[in-house]
Design a protein around this ligand. Structure first.
Ligand code: SAM
Ligand code: SF4
Length: 384
């Protein structure tokens, strides 16, 4: 059973990459001159102090350095930011501290430094275990180099996860089953398996529009999804969220905190947060561009551009949208506390009847395999 209080975490965004991958629309930027990391550390310290003054004391249960490519940060930069977080909101003895890394040998060379700085979990963007596919994805590493980085990571960290992208052009279910089996053989406790999404404004979107990049149709995509669920479950790494798989107990605490609708501070360019202030829960986000973010923090002490109080109904919607992604589903009583009303029993009965949702012990509801692809519609229905 999930904990009653989902806890507090901190997200730190590092907005730079060596090169932009043609499928990616994350807030990541390529700069010829390396960024001044000391200046960024000072700006992160300022945002931490600003947020601390707003929300007061907390115990930090997870920190996530995401990107962009956080493995371009110097270990000293990571350590300084962690020290500032610990001084503001002491890190729990069991806190999960994750850093996203690109699997090149240069970056693997910094892993021990991150460990010494306090990172205890690494999430590697392996993306594919096939060199032709990696090239087509515009990646700067081979499969062998990526597996080398996984090995270095496993030697340095107890907890290692990696990402793969599937439903790639021309990918056949039997090839994916083999590739996924190879990934599972690495013995990591956690895998994030994302279906390739064509994001607006990316080079892949232009190729797709021009008919030069063809992604699997619905039927093949469904077969690929089924292979993913069957292969990971059989190997003891079932899905605990739509795209995330783990050995029981090895789920990412930071991911769970988001999906359980916990509280998190979002620091750095383009970061989002949900803060419980004396005035209630607010949605925050910061300036997206790295240089404008720096300038804003240096002028105003924080990079925030959005700070919106969330109504009870909005919070209840967000809780549903997040929580129904999880295999553990949502707690009906928590929804009722947030929304100020219980679910409409007629709507719940209809969704159960249609097989879109299912009941779990402890007055919980989860989305079924039928319901997951139409989550927005289910949330709209339940929240109506
Ligand atoms: C911030 S990146 C991870 C760290 C690092 N930048 C890297 O690429 O190795 C987050 C992950 O999102 C996934 N991703 C990004 N764009 C995607 C897309 N269009 N479709 C599916 N997955 C995507 C990739 O698997 C990627 O590893
Ligand atoms: S996938 Fe990772 S390395 Fe590639 S552009 Fe996106 S954030 Fe950067």
């Amino acid at each position: 059973m999930p904990p009653a209080d989902p806890g507090f975490g901190v997200y730190v965004h590092w907005p730079f990459c060596k090169a932009k991958c043609p499928y990616c629309d994350f807030n990541s930027h390529v700069r010829h001159a390396p960024p001044d990391q000391a200046r960024f550390v000072a700006a992160f310290r300022a945002e931490i102090a600003h947020t601390r003054a707003r929300i007061g004391q907390r115990r930090t249960e997870s920190v996530f350095f995401g990107g962009g490519t956080p493995s371009l940060m110097e270990p000293g930069t990571v350590g300084a930011i962690l020290d500032a977080i610990d001084a503001a909101w002491p890190l729990d003895a069991r806190a999960e501290v994750t850093l996203e890394a690109n699997p090149t040998s240069v970056e693997a060379g910094r892993f021990r430094g991150y460990r010494a700085a306090g990172v205890n979990r690494v999430s590697l963007g392996v993306q594919a275990l096939d060199d032709a596919a990696l090239k087509a994805l515009g990646r700067m590493h081979t499969a062998e180099e990526a597996l080398g980085a996984v090995a270095v990571a496993r030697a340095a960290f107890e907890r290692v996860s990696f990402d793969l992208i599937y439903a790639r052009p021309d990918q056949k279910p039997e090839d994916w089953a083999r590739e996924l089996g190879r990934a599972i053989d690495e013995g990591c406790e956690h895998l994030s398996l994302y279906q390739l999404t064509i994001e607006d404004g990316t080079p892949f979107a232009a190729l797709h529009r021009a008919g030069r990049l063809i992604v699997p149709g619905d039927e093949v995509a469904r077969a690929l999804w089924d292979v993913t669920q069957e292969t990971t479950s059989a190997a003891g790494l079932p899905a605990y969220e739509i795209s995330n798989h783990a050995r029981p107990g090895a789920e990412s605490r930071h991911n769970l905190l988001y999906w359980r609708y916990g509280e998190y501070a979002g620091l750095g360019p383009g970061a989002h947060g949900r803060l419980d202030t004396p005035e209630g829960r607010v949605a925050t986000s910061t300036e997206r561009g790295p240089e404008p973010w720096l300038a804003r923090v240096e002028a105003e002490g924080h990079g925030g551009i959005v700070d919106e109080p969330l109504t009870r109904a909005e919070q209840a919607d967000e809780y549903l949208l997040m929580g129904l992604r999880l295999a553990e589903g949502i707690d009906r009583a928590r929804f009722a506390r947030l929304a100020g009303r219980a679910f409409d029993p007629v709507r719940v009965a209809a969704l159960l009847e249609e097989g879109m949702i299912a009941e779990l012990p402890g007055e919980r509801l989860r989305a079924t395999a039928l319901g997951l692809p139409v989550l927005d519609a289910i949330v709209a229905d339940l929240a109506a």
